[in-house]
Design a protein around this ligand. Sequence first.
Ligand SMILES: [Fe+2]
Length: 397
Amino acid sequence: MLPRIQYLQFPKKIVFGAGAAAKICEEATKLKPRHALLVTDSVIAGTGGFQAIKRSLADSGLSLTVYDRVEAEPRLTMAEEAAEHAREVKPDVVVGVGGGSVLDIAKIMSLAPTNPKRIRDYLGINLVENPPLPKILAPTTSGTGSEVTNVAVVSLVEEQLKTSVVSPYNFADVAVVDPLLTVTMPPRTTAATGLDALSHAVEAYMSVESNPITDSLALKAISLIRKHLPEAYSNPNSLQAREGMSLAAMTAGISFGNAGVCAGHAAAYAFAVKFKVPHGVSCALSLPYVMKLNSPAMEEKAFEIAEALDIGAEGASRRLLWERSIAAIAELMRRLDQPLTLKTLGVPEDLVPRLAEDMLKSQRQLARNPVKVTLDDAEQLFRSMFRGELGVSASDS
Ligand SMILES: [Fe+2]
């Protein structure tokens, strides 16, 4: 029996599979628009996959505006500019094609024309007042799961933090997940975004808001990432690996879109903006240390995650299985050439107290963590992350 009342939310429709991008135009015209706003970034705008989508929309007789100025890890000022642009263009449908940053800005551009305030006023939970324009979201990375979540993340440069617009109005009308759109992703991005998906799955699994449904999706994602991420990294043209990773990112997205992420993302937010560390890299680095911090609360769930990671679970204690799971994730990071310490990233150790304070500002994520995190705990966490003290031989320094 489920432990309490459960809510599960995701997009109205998901179209998944190799070649699914060819369905974007068909799905868009079902929404009966006259004017489509196609959102992307300058790199994706030059790809064959994007050009084909653009051509099909233009050939369908829609008037089409392309906005290709989305920047990586978008700042609030960039989000405000994009919102203003959408209000001027007045589209009837928004189509986002790109990584998580693009899809998050597409969400903001779909809500802006019907919600007149500054985007700053919508930062937080359920503050968007009116239904947005319909939107179709198609990821070109396998990581954020933004195509299936209700979150749009922006960076606050002055505060050196990340925050988000969280609203049911952020769900896509149609999420189109086509692994073929991900084959041009360079190995470094494949690794970072894939590990972001892993952190979504593991943090959703640890979240106090998890339930048997989000757990089963998280475990499926963990198993797929273990199996397919190293291959997608070393052999970018492997369609099987790309398909596995697209499925993993999407299932992890639905899982954390409902169970939430916890202390891993809270820790990552504290140093990612300050040191310009890509989101996936910062989350991946935090993950094994936060798993270690959460060990006392996770023994009950250790067996299943060990199975998903394909660790020999026979006869081992639950405590040992959790430790082996941490070691397996650290090993996966090593295979993907990811940093395992803050020192490697050039973060000075004397900043640890400040990072700990900033981590505690992410109260929404920390409230979902299975272990309460005090300022002392956070300091200790960052000190371990600096020194590579994982207790499972994770140091790379
Ligand atoms: Fe993330």
